[in-house]
Write a protein that binds this ligand. Structure first.
Ligand SMILES: NC(=O)c1ccc[n+]([C@@H]2O[C@H](COP(=O)([O-])OP(=O)(O)OC[C@H]3O[C@@H](n4cnc5c(N)ncnc54)[C@H](O)[C@@H]3O)[C@@H](O)[C@H]2O)c1
Length: 469
């Protein structure tokens, strides 16, 4: 099939590369000239496992890039809209990019096309799209609008796309539904999974990819409701973590107990500094607006957002408690991306915490395996950028872990102890077990778990006679 993907960001570029991998001829469109030039030179503008090799494999063969929506539309029978839907001040999704693309598509229709919402959009967007396109396109042009929300996660985007839990097809006509089935056929029939050169499966292969057929409106709601639910799980466990701290229990034990209930599941039940990224914060806010506009009370979402915001202040309070005063302290920071495995710093809780520490006159030296460039665009020269984790810790009064990169869970603790000015780690992601930290000789503060004091604090107390009393 001939497919156009409009918007070559985290979703569009991955979708385009994967559609080419499935055997389609794909043109990937963007209006960011620098990004297009980089793609045309063979570069991969985002950090995503397997993406460079897919782009390399298909570039110039089944995958091309273009700055022209019109050309791409005319050459394709299916058009995926994957532009951004950032939040407005009000919390509503900004749909102006989607609308602008819809108008351009409408001008260029030449025969029946299926226009697919890949961007995350509020319910009713498909109706608006139909209306805008109908009013703009030449009379008698045939088209359908389908909602096909994307559930990939940054960091594992390619394997999420090629090995999905489910594919949701929100089509209001039989004809458009069949077109979408053709797009995903190699996944639905399983033929892709028999190919020798397939991208390797991330775990055990399910028998079949589940496909869920719905109306366009339900599909739009599935995406918003799913993200709001996952955000709720994160806020829920964070609230539980706060109770654990108050009663000296261990949230990791509580999580294990809760998560092993199949009805609950352990995913997204990690206590930490809260969710961030370009999806959860804006999608929860947008879903709250949708509910409000539909005159439905959904105050649960207010609480999800409030807990998430409080979590950052609670973390800063932990840093203050460990360091006594913040002004003039040198703080090492591990992680700037909103989560491990990506270079994306949009709405990153790590960046918010760094900004807050800067405002309190701390000096920051930070390291992230992939997000240094993105962080520099936001933080400029207000912090020092380290070459690795140990350089970030060098001479610091404490080391903060803010992103759950795998490599931060396997640090040489002895070496850290030597380079830190004070042997203090404050872990906003609970990457270490208490047992490991107990024997490390470091003070270890984490989320929802007892603090492990540095051995010298006991000695100090002993010396001052405090413990003897
Ligand atoms: N990032 C994720 O993990 C993720 C996951 C699922 C769904 N989504 C949703 O997918 C959508 C895209 O997200 P993203 O993270 O890929 O955004 P992004 O900002 O990385 O990419 C959007 C791209 O669209 C391009 N663009 C904007 N207007 C354009 C126009 N008129 N013509 C051509 N290109 C245009 C931009 O230049 C940019 O490259 C959003 O609605 C998001 O909520 C994102």
């Amino acid at each position: 099939m001939h497919i156009a993907v409009i918007g070559s960001g985290y979703v569009g570029l991955v979708a385009a590369a994967c559609f080419a991998e499935l055997g389609h001829t794909v043109v990937c469109v963007d209006n960011d000239e620098q990004k297009l030039e980089a793609l045309q030179r063979g570069e991969t503008p985002i950090h995503e496992v397997y993406l460079p090799e897919l782009l390399q494999r298909h570039r110039g063969l089944r995958l091309s890039y273009s700055g022209s929506v019109a050309e791409a539309v005319r050459a394709s029978s299916v058009i995926f809209i994957a532009v951004g839907t950032p939040p407005l001040e009000s919390g509503d999704a900004d749909l102006s990019y989607v609308e602008a693309v819809a108008r351009e598509i409408a001008f260029s229709l030449n025969g029946y096309k299926v226009i697919v919402e890949k961007s995350t959009v509020p319910v009713y967007t498909s109706e608006w799209l139909k209306r805008v396109i109908r009013l703009t396109c030449p009379e008698n042009e045939e088209f359908d609008v389908v909602s096909n929300p994307e559930f990939l996660r940054e960091g594992t985007a390619v394997t999420d796309f090629l090995y999905p839990d489910r594919i949701v097809i929100g089509a209001d006509s039989e004809r458009s539904r069949e077109v979408l089935e053709q797009v995903y056929l190699p996944l639905l029939s399983g033929s892709y999974y028999e190919q020798a050169h397939r991208i390797p499966e991330p775990g055990e292969l399910a028998d079949r990819v589940k496909v869920i057929y719905t109306s366009a409106k339900s599909a739009e709601l599935i995406k918003h409701a799913s993200n709001a639910f996952l955000a709720m799980k994160i806020s829920f466990i964070n609230a539980v973590a706060n109770v654990c701290e108050a009663v000296e229990a261990d949230v990791e034990e509580v999580r294990r107990g809760m998560g092993s209930d199949a009805r609950i599941g352990s995913a997204f039940l990690r206590a930490g500094i809260g969710y961030g990224g370009s999806c959860f914060p804006k999608d929860v806010a947008a879903f709250r607006s949708v509910a409000e506009q539909a005159r439905c009370s959904f105050r649960l979402l207010d609480e999800v957002i409030a807990i998430n915001e409080e979590q950052r202040s609670r973390f800063i309070a932990k840093v203050r408690e460990a360091l006594w005063t913040l002004k003039g302290k040198r703080v090492g920071v591990l992680g700037l991306a909103f989560k491990g495995g990506t270079d994306d710093v949009r709405e990153s809780p790590a960046i918010a915490i760094v900004k807050s520490l800067l405002a309190q006159q701390c000096a920051i030296q930070a390291y992230d395996p992939a997000a240094m460039k993105g962080a520099r665009n936001i933080l400029g020269d207000s912090i020092a950028y380290a070459g690795d984790a140990y350089e970030a810790a060098q001479g610091a009064d404490a080391l903060l872990i803010l992103t759950d990169w795998e490599e931060f869970a396997a640090l040489d603790l002895e070496r850290l102890k030597q380079v830190l000015r004070y042997p203090i780690i404050i872990d906003g992601r609970n990457l270490y077990s208490l047992e490991t930290m107990q024997s490390s000789g470091l003070m270890y503060v984490s989320m929802g778990r007892p603090v492990i004091q540095h051995p010298s604090s006991a000695t100090r107390k002993l010396k001052s006679g405090e413990l003897a009393k």
